[in-house]
Design a protein around this ligand. Sequence first.
Ligand SMILES: Cc1cc2nc3c(=O)[nH]c(=O)nc-3n(C[C@H](O)[C@H](O)[C@H](O)COP(=O)(O)OP(=O)(O)OC[C@H]3O[C@@H](n4cnc5c(N)ncnc54)[C@H](O)[C@@H]3O)c2cc1C
Ligand SMILES: C[S@@+](CC[C@H](N)C(=O)[O-])C[C@H]1O[C@@H](n2cnc3c(N)ncnc32)[C@H](O)[C@@H]1O
Length: 639
Amino acid sequence: MPRLEPATRALADDGTPISPRYGDVYHSADSGPGQAHHVFLGGNGLPERWRGRASFTILETGFGLGVNFLATWQAWRADPARSRRLHYVAIEKHPFLRDDLAALLAAYPGFAELADELAGRWPPALPGTHRRAFDDGRLVLTLVLDDVESALRRLDAVADAIYLDGFAPARNPAMWSPQVLRGVARHALPGATCATWSTARAVRDALADAGFALETRPGFGHKREMLAGRRLPRGTPRGPTTPSPPDGERHAIVVGAGLAGASAAWQLARRRWRVTLVDAAAGPATGASSLHAGSFHPLVARDDSLLARLSRAAFLHALDAWRELERRGHAIAWSRCGVLQLARRHGGDAALRATIDELGFPASFVEFVDADTGSARAGLRVDRAGAWFPEGGWARASSIVRAQLDEVSSRHDARFLASRRVASLARTADGWRVMDASGECIADAPVAVLANATDLARLSPIGTPVRSVRGQVSHVPAAALAPPRAVVIGHGYVLPAIGGIVVAGSSYDVESTQAEPTPASHEGNLARLRALSPEIVIDAEAAALGGGVGFRAVVADRLPIVGALPDLEQPGGSVDRVALRDGLFAIGAFASRGLVWSSLAGEILAARIDGDPLPVETDLAAAIDPARFVRRARRRAAG
Ligand SMILES: Cc1cc2nc3c(=O)[nH]c(=O)nc-3n(C[C@H](O)[C@H](O)[C@H](O)COP(=O)(O)OP(=O)(O)OC[C@H]3O[C@@H](n4cnc5c(N)ncnc54)[C@H](O)[C@@H]3O)c2cc1C
Ligand SMILES: C[S@@+](CC[C@H](N)C(=O)[O-])C[C@H]1O[C@@H](n2cnc3c(N)ncnc32)[C@H](O)[C@@H]1O
């Protein structure tokens, strides 16, 4: 993705926000909120059209200041007959920085409360898709920070209403090109409406060509006319094809109550799904998610690789989701103390500097630091440069699991079935049944989600093994060394002292099933700790250390698996069309990054199940699709 260039805050002589880049105003000089109501809400038949709907989706080209968004949110909140959920999907190439946005929005006192919420949750200026759930998940903003054309190409959403709000076509032709308007039409449901203040001939022609029946209506303020359109039935829209099921069928079994299962359960429960959570253990978070604490941070890569983009999306999503859990009164054990990721030992400094310079990301996300600066930030002497992630840190997975499950159980009819190991599953007339070793039914539901880590592919194969990789962390008493202030990561990693314990990790033991800590793994962890900091003195014997053992679930490409499960017994129509097991889903294979992956993975999974717009670009969703291994094998076989 190209470097993101934020918008510049500027006002025209009459006080209307203006873009020096495009030489045009952000909204009618007569009134931004007035234009939003007349042109965009009114032109799309809102609020009437969302009334009584379970879910309604608006797509906007050009988020700008969010005046249209705030006017829509306010109207939706005030409407007692509003849809249960409102999705607002918006595309913006040049977002404002948070302070500029807040300052500009202060000029709209009617939006004060909502504008504060928006600015408070405003994402950093980083390319990609940013999702924000407001009003306890009932109003969902999906903000795609990218050029409109590539954003539309990678968007997985279908819209009921469309706001076309670029700058004037003469000054901003890229927003109104025939390709872009055809792209918009591909995301419009049959009968979807669109509206814009522009009546330019080229816009009318391109919209008509793209399949919209248009009419001119009285314009807002000094504008004589505006355009309103309706999508004629034509082609298949690009977005979720499964409609959200009716209330009676919104029941899902989730197998596994670690980071994966809890995140999926939370996102389903806030979408009004009844969740039955089943775990083999006596309580939640007893597997890999039981470890004392782990690190969370994104990855960066010079070509902003798929893994880097996915980890950024997931990291930013987790920060927002965990803060939301805190706002809702849950105690999360975490600290954004910063993460120092050391450069590779030989020649890594220059390469890392070049990567970070080239990406041009804000320092609030990542910064190149030399060995001295890194040492000062981390409070630990290191001998190499590194990438500094100021918002990264450590978190205790079990506290996140508990917070999410408390949210689940505070909603209707949630159940947690402890000490029930799922031995098999079977298709029923209405969905899925999970059974114990004696064949007794544990639970039945239209939808089942497998979140049982290393055991997942046993219940439903995915065409590749899910390997179990043992890991051991060592608990070094804080008094036995001078603990760092931040997380430091090289070949191994060390966390700051948490409750008198410094976690150092971790072993990666592919074949082992040893569930108890071993002195040999402690030795390995201490050696990794010494390699992080040449001057570190550790006043402790490996044999005397405490620690924790967990088993990571890992697939060949080390990416998570999130989505519908493939049906290996069905041949499938074509190489790329893998048959799916209707109503059966998976979330997991988080390997060594469960803290980073889990929150976004839960959101993606629930969006898939409920037919919502996806919170990530289509290529990222495809990279974690559980059917990818089958698809790849078929492509290889087809030559
Ligand atoms: C040593 C070590 C260090 C790590 N450090 C970090 C780190 O620093 N940062 C980071 O982000 N991640 C780290 N991880 C990875 C992270 O812990 C995992 O990715 C994450 O916990 C996986 O969550 P999960 O829910 O998929 O699996 P788990 O937490 O293992 O949960 C799976 C659940 O499924 C249940 N289950 C299994 N089979 C069945 C069945 N048949 N029926 C019913 N229930 C079943 C289990 O009882 C368990 O509760 C580390 C992992 C290890 C091992
Ligand atoms: C008229 S303003 C939108 C005002 C906005 N709807 C509001 O309610 O505040 C047009 C927006 O389109 C954005 N834009 C211009 N060209 C773009 C492109 N090629 N891709 C995506 N966004 C673009 C601009 O940065 C600007 O924010």
